[in-house]
Ligand binder design. Structure first.
Ligand SMILES: [Cu+2]
Length: 175
């Protein structure tokens, strides 16, 4: 009797599986919708300690189009102020400098935002960036349509595998 019930249960589970799969499959078209000449890869951010007030976000931007473009701004539900910054050496001190003109992404080139260089800055954070809780960001371009990404939040002090420390100011991209 018990055995028969278990068999029936398994049969029901097997029957319901294709329905679940079909439902998930319907989300696919939405993800494919936004066609853009700009490709965004490695969206990530660093977790911030409580009370830090601001946090950095990083993406890699590739311009597959034949026209130069510019990342002119970004928005996020986390804060009303997302700025574009770069790091600059002033004597021995690294300083963050706002880039009101944005970041140029020449046609056919890739620009990497990374710690120690170009980055997005989430200003006046009401709550810290927490490891494992993705940060939604909309990137705005001069020509391309806005692109929505979710920054994966890594531990405080995390670095992208391709980033490396350099003395001096060698953070501009050379191609
Ligand atoms: Cu900054």
């Amino acid at each position: 009797m018990l055995m028969r019930r278990v068999t029936l249960l398994i049969a029901l589970l097997l029957m319901s599986t294709p329905l679940v799969a079909a439902h998930h499959g319907s989300d696919h078209s939405e993800a494919m919708a936004g066609h853009s000449s700009i490709e965004v890869t490695h969206p990530w951010a660093r977790a911030t300690p409580p009370g830090a007030g601001a946090g950095g976000g990083f993406v890699t931007l590739t311009n597959h189009g034949d026209k130069d473009d510019t990342l002119v701004g970004a928005t996020s539900p986390l804060t009303e102020r997302v700025e574009i910054h770069m790091m600059e050496m002033h004597g021995d001190v690294m300083r963050m400098v706002p880039l009101p003109g944005g970041i140029d992404i020449p046609a056919g080139e890739t620009v990497t935002l990374a710690p120690g260089g170009l980055h997005l800055m989430f200003m006046e954070l009401a709550s810290p960036l927490v490891e494992g809780q993705p940060v939604p960001v909309t990137l705005e371009f001069q020509h391309a349509e806005p692109i929505q990404v979710k920054l994966q939040v890594l531990p405080v002090g995390a670095a992208l595998e391709s980033s490396h420390h350099q003395s001096g100011h060698g953070h501009t991209t050379h191609n």
